[in-house]
Design a protein around this ligand. Structure first.
Ligand SMILES: [Zn+2]
Length: 357
C-alpha cells in the first residue's frame, strides 16, 4: 500500500508522512473516521513507509522485499489485529487474529476499506452469525508475546489494530501499559470508527489523527478534545498559566479575581478551557516522563511547560486530572462558575504542594 493509493485524505497523509520523516510519529496513534473511510489502508501505507528500506519521494518504494511482504500482509514485523468471532469452545483460549489470517488477507485484499459487517460475514457461516466479534484477552497475550521478541527483518515493528472499540475490558487493561509507555522501535496504529466507545483509559493515552469525512483536513488532535481556535488557545493558555501560578503562590485574592473572570466566560467556553487544561496537564506529565518528540505543544505552551512540568508527576497527576474533570462536569451541570473555579484553585494548592515534595 502506498500513500498515493489513499483517496481524499491528502491532509492526513501529509501529516503522517511528515511525522514519520521527522521521526515524530507518536508511538501510539489513533486514526479515526467513519466506517468505510480510509483508516486501514492509511495505517497500512504508513506501516509500509516505516518498514521500507528504499523509500523515496515520500512513498514506500513498493518493490523492495519489505514492501512486497508488507503488501501481501505477510511481513513478520507488520502485525494485524482485528476483531474476531470466537470459534473455540470449553477451556480453550478465545480465537485471535492469526486464526483468521487467510480470511483477512483475502477480504482486506479485495477491499481495503472493509467495514465490520463485511468482515463478520467473511468470518462466519450462517448458523454462527449471531456471535459478537471482539478483540479477546488472548489477543492481548499474543501482542505482549510478539513484543517480547526482537523485530525480525526491520529496524521497526508496527502493529495495526483495527477497531480498538471492540477490545474486551480485560484486553484493554492488559494492553494499557504497552500503549501508554513507548515500546522500543514499535509503533501502534489504531484505526477506529467509534473512538468514543474505546475504553477511556486507552483513549486518554493516544494521540488522534482524524480523517476527513470526505475531503478536507485531517489533523493530529489531542486525546478526546476539540482543538480550540488560535484566539481561544492563547486565551486559555494565559488563564491556565495564571491559575497554576496563583495556586502555587497560594495567592487567595488573586485566585478570587481569577475565578470572577472565569465566571464571565460562556459555559461552553468554560468547559472548553477545562478540557484544554486537562490536555496541558497530560502534556506536562508526558514532558516529565518521555521523549520530547512525543509532545504536541505549541512554542508558547512549551516555554511555560519547561518550567512547570516538574510539578506534574506521579504524585499528583491523577488528582489534578480528577479535579479538572469534576469541575468540567459541575460547569456542565450549571453550578456557579465562580464557586467551581475558586474551589478548583484551592484544590490545586494542595495538589501542587503534593507534587513538589
Ligand atoms: Zn520498499
Amino acid at each position: 500500500m502506498q500513500f498515493k493509493d489513499i483517496i481524499g485524505q491528502d491532509a492526513a497523509v501529509a501529516k503522517l508522512r511528515a511525522a514519520i520523516d521527522r521521526n515524530k510519529l507518536p508511538h501510539a496513534l489513533l486514526i479515526t473516521g467513519p466506517a468505510g473511510t480510509a483508516g486501514l489502508p492509511l495505517a497500512h501505507a504508513a506501516a509500509q513507509y516505516i518498514i521500507c528500506q528504499h523509500k523515496h519521494d515520500g512513498e514506500p518504494c513498493g518493490e523492495c522485499p519489505e514492501c512486497i511482504q508488507a503488501q501481501k500482509i505477510g511481513h513478520p514485523d507488520l502485525h494485524w489485529v482485528y476483531p474476531v468471532i470466537n470459534k473455540n469452545t470449553g477451556d480453550k483460549d478465545p480465537s485471535i487474529s492469526d486464526d483468521y489470517l487467510p480470511q483477512w488477507r483475502e477480504e482486506y485484499g479485495k477491499n481495503p476499506n472493509l467495514t465490520l459487517p463485511q468482515w463478520v460475514r467473511a468470518m462466519t457461516s450462517a448458523k454462527e452469525n449471531n456471535k459478537q466479534p471482539q478483540i479477546f484477552v488472548s489477543e492481548a497475550s499474543a501482542i505482549i508475546n510478539t513484543l517480547s521478541t526482537k523485530p525480525y527483518e526491520s529496524d521497526y515493528r508496527v502493529m495495526i489494530i483495527w477497531l480498538p472499540e471492540l477490545f474486551s475490558e480485560k484486553t484493554a487493561n492488559k494492553l494499557l501499559k504497552i500503549i501508554e509507555e513507548p515500546y522500543e522501535k514499535t509503533f501502534f496504529l489504531l484505526v477506529s470508527n467509534e473512538p468514543d466507545n474505546i475504553i477511556g483509559t486507552i483513549q486518554s493515552r493516544v494521540q488522534r489523527l482524524q480523517l476527513a469525512p470526505i475531503d478536507g483536513q485531517g489533523n493530529f488532535v489531542q486525546p478526546g478534545v476539540k482543538v480550540p481556535d488560535e484566539t481561544d488557545r492563547e486565551k486559555f493558555l494565559d488563564l491556565f498559566i495564571r491559575m497554576m501560578r496563583l495556586s502555587y503562590m497560594r495567592n487567595l485574592s488573586g485566585m478570587r479575581e481569577w475565578s470572577l473572570e472565569m465566571a464571565k466566560l460562556k459555559r461552553e467556553q468554560a468547559k472548553n478551557f477545562l478540557q484544554y487544561a486537562q490536555t496541558m496537564i497530560r502534556e506536562n506529565y508526558i514532558m516529565n516522563l518521555r521523549e520530547p518528540a512525543l509532545n504536541y505543544m505549541k512554542d508558547d505552551e512549551k516555554a511555560f511547560s519547561e518550567r512547570f512540568s516538574p510539578y506534574v508527576n506521579m504524585r499528583n497527576v491523577e488528582g489534578i486530572m480528577h479535579e479538572l474533570e469534576l469541575a468540567e462536569n459541575d460547569i456542565g451541570q450549571n453550578a456557579s462558575a465562580k464557586m467551581v473555579f475558586f474551589d478548583l484553585s484551592l484544590k490545586l494548592i494542595m495538589l501542587l504542594k503534593a507534587g513538589n515534595q
